[in-house]
Design a protein around this ligand. Structure first.
Ligand SMILES: [Mg+2]
Length: 412
């Protein structure tokens, strides 16, 4: 395997213990203590610091089990809005270095650095290090960076030196790097596939990469072949700069009480429509198909779906559809304790077709209003404004909403 030093250059940036690190940033009083972040229902662990990991706590573990292992750790409810703000900052920094950035997850991204050496007047490794240092300086978060010639190698490289590490694997150093990695370290090779490879004597990533093509094809099929090529320095997976469209978006919640009053259900449903609409607006999405779901006192779930003639992100169109669906589902004497709305058949909102279909002027005129409401929510918190038709619904308790009220800070 002899390839040029840099036939391509891709960096993989991965924040270290991201959710826990975010919490540590705004709670300096927790310095030195283990932190576990809980899922939205506070049921299981979604993130933890390295010391909690060392104590045996894993992601997905139920809280009671984790507390047995580490009673002295701090257990905090997740605040995805806060993590999202820091994630936006992190990606904004990456986009300064290259226009080709893929947000792979909330705390992980790929950056195409190919050809930027002369622009930045530095090597690819130095660019990786500059991104790592800038993120630390401006957000206070540590990230681990891998720079290599393919996505798979870059991801393995960032993983190899955590936290706050930099690993540079140029074409010349691939073999040396892979001899220290097991097949299990290859992203896309799980325990099962690694066990299969081991049976054939392939333990290190290098042994896998040097295995004959036909053997890899036989053992792991096409996806294995793709990995094999990427490990051999042939870049197959480029940078995906456009986020894929979600298949669906939903807002559902328990009402905190049982009710036979359709007006109360309607107020809750309007609230969910409002939150969904604000999210769709923020993400530049629209949907054509809406489903209302109700959970009855008997825990039975009933649903009804409507296809609109054209996709929409207009709140009152969604609310009208939701109200219509609710009335279609509702029977006298029905007792309901949870409701929600699901949008499917998503499309980007900024295509010219939308405007062509908007026949009601009210829809077009409303858009600036929703956008203003969204800006107010972004600035002052999600409880600052709500539609009048949600007023019957008790407002969100203050303790919970105040979690979103924090200044955005810059660490020195
Ligand atoms: Mg991470």
């Amino acid at each position: 395997m002899i390839i040029n030093d840099w036939p391509a250059a891709i960096a993989h940036i991965d924040a270290d213990c991201f959710f826990a690190a975010c919490e540590r940033l705004r709670r300096p009083d927790l310095a030195g203590r283990a932190i576990c972040v809980l899922s939205s229902q506070d049921a299981c662990i979604v993130a933890k610091t390295y010391d909690a990991k060392a104590a045996g706590i894993t992601t997905g573990m139920p809280v009671w089990e984790a507390k047995k292992l580490m009673p002295q750790a701090v257990y905090l409810p997740a605040d995805f809005r806060f993590y999202g703000l820091l994630s936006d900052k992190l990606f904004a920094i990456l986009r300064r270095y290259s226009p080709q950035v893929e947000a792979y997850s909330i705390d992980e991204g790929f950056v195409d650095l190919d050809g930027l050496r002369s622009y930045w007047r530095m090597g690819y490794g130095e660019m990786g290090d500059a991104m790592r240092r800038t993120i630390l300086e401006e957000t206070g978060l540590t990230v681990s960076v891998g720079v290599s010639v393919t996505r798979t190698l870059a991801k393995m490289a960032s993983e190899a030196n955590k936290p706050n590490g930099l690993t540079v694997v140029s074409g010349r150093h691939i073999a040396e790097f892979m001899s220290g990695q097991t097949t299990r370290d290859i992203p896309g090779i799980g325990a099962k596939r690694a066990a299969l490879l081991e049976k054939f004597g392939l333990r290190t990533a290098l042994e896998f990469a040097r295995a004959p093509e036909a053997q890899v094809q036989r053992l792991l099929g096409r996806s294995g072949m793709d990995l094999w090529r990427e490990l051999n320095g042939k870049s197959l997976f480029g940078i995906e700069t456009h986020a894929p469209l979600p298949k669906s978006m939903a807002r559902t919640a328990s009402m905190g009480q049982r009710t036979t009053d359709i007006r109360l259900v309607r107020a809750h449903l309007s609230h969910h429509c409002f939150r969904l609409g604000m999210d769709m607006l923020a993400r530049g999405l629209q949907a054509r198909r809406f489903t209302v779901t109700l959970r009855l006192g008997s825990f039975e779930r009933i649903v009804r779906t409507e296809n609109l003639p054209h996709p929409t992100q207009h709140l009152h169109v969604m609310q009208r559809a939701a109200t219509h669906l609710l009335h279609g589902l509702w029977q006298p004497g029905m007792e309901c304790n949870a409701c929600g709305i699901v949008a499917t058949e998503m499309a980007p909102a900024d295509n010219a077709q939308t405007e062509m279909f908007v026949t009601e002027t009210r829809e077009a005129n409303d858009l600036p209003l929703w956008q203003t409401m969204q800006r107010m929510r972004n600035r002052f918190g999600s409880t600052i404004i709500r539609p009048a038709n949600t007023l019957l619904r008790p407002s969100t308790p203050k303790s919970r909403s105040s979690r979103f009220a924090y200044p955005l800070f810059v660490c020195k």
